[in-house]
Design a protein around this ligand. Structure first.
Ligand SMILES: Cc1cc2nc3c(=O)[nH]c(=O)nc-3n(C[C@H](O)[C@H](O)[C@H](O)COP(=O)(O)O)c2cc1C
Length: 306
């Protein structure tokens, strides 16, 4: 069997496949449908300081090339994550790593969240969801402005010595520049991309299909957008990159690797095919064998022009 191990952020990932935040709950939800201990890592649903009920339903809608969602960061809050969710994952997993996704409404909240979580043993890194609105700045999304992004990453960096992965949105004019800002403030790695804003109507009622109105596009439609964002970031920063968006197959994973990603997330595909990680890993091993590579990591950045 081809060895798919990846070593980065001071951690050994048994393979480069990561379950995306918001699509695997806290692990328990998927376990049984898939052996969650077989993936490289899973990123738990965004944690906020207080529990959140989330947005009005319906919260998800399918379309031809993916999904539209507006979950509204529904989650159990940091206290229950510490008391129940992380201990469950710690007891359940021997090989797969856990990454904690956090969402704040202000820069200070990111710092506060990380201080609360930092003593827990069960996880290897934070993923900062900076695609959410800053309530002190009229709801501007953190990663849409250099000053807001810098403030959030700085507050997080000051609160922890653990690896910090900053997750950027695709709908920012210069992904490379925002990647530089995040790294300058201490990001150890970047995830690209989060969902893309979108809207669909119900043709009978002529109202938006989602209870919240608009939402985030994920799934197949995001693949070239995410691959492009990874390449843009790769040209400007040296830190490891985590690709996300539209991955459904091993071939899609290779797209992200060629653009420079070291790990690749699977999200929306899990709803239709919870066993996708197993299928994708088998496909990746086959690809590496057929391409006669000495090690799969040779693919990382192999699609970048010299
Ligand atoms: C239902 C749903 C919930 C999500 N929740 C989060 C979240 O809590 N935090 C976050 O950073 N990203 C969240 N995302 C974004 C995914 O982690 C991922 O970046 C995005 O869906 C693109 O990958 P995909 O096309 O493979 O789904 C969510 C996506 C979906 C579909």
């Amino acid at each position: 069997m081809t060895d798919l191990v990846q070593q980065l952020l001071g951690t050994t990932f048994q393979n480069p496949i990561v379950l995306a935040s918001g699509t695997c709950g806290y692990g328990e939800e998927l376990d049984g449908l898939l052996d969650i201990d077989t993936v490289g890592a899973l990123v738990i649903k965004a944690v906020t300081l207080e529990p959140r009920a989330g947005n009005a339903s319906p919260r998800v809608a399918e379309f031809g090339a993916g999904m539209l969602n507006s979950i509204g960061l529904a989650n159990v809050g940091v206290d229950r994550v510490l008391a129940e969710k992380l201990p469950w994952l710690s007891a359940r997993l021997r090989h797969a790593r856990v990454i904690v996704n956090v969402a704040g409404r202000t820069a200070e909240e990111y710092g506060e969240l990380l201080r609360r979580l930092d003593d827990a043993a069960a996880f290897v890194a934070y993923e900062l969801n900076v695609s959410c609105p800053n309530v002190k700045e009229g709801g501007a999304v953190f990663c849409s402005r250099e000053d807001l992004l810098a403030g959030a990453v700085r507050a997080a960096r000051a609160a922890t010595a653990r690896p910090l992965i900053v997750k950027l949105a695709p709908n920012i004019p210069d992904v490379g520049r925002m990647a530089e800002v995040a790294v300058a403030e201490g990001a150890d790695a970047l995830t690209l991309v989060n969902t893309m804003p979108g809207l669909l109507y119900d043709l009978d009622s002529r109202r938006p299909v989602l209870g919240a109105g608009s939402g985030g596009v994920s799934g197949a439609a995001l693949l070239p957008i995410g691959v492009h964002a990874v390449r843009q970031a790769r040209r400007r920063v040296q830190v490891p990159l985590v690709g996300a968006g539209g991955v459904r197959s091993a071939a899609d994973v290779v797209q992200y690797l060629l653009a420079g990603a070291s790990l690749v997330q699977l999200g929306t595909v899990l709803f239709a095919d919870p066993r996708a990680p197993e299928r994708v890993l088998n496909g990746l091993r086959r690809y590496v064998r057929q391409a006669r590579l000495e090690h799969w990591t040779e693919l990382i950045g192999a699609g970048l022009e010299p």
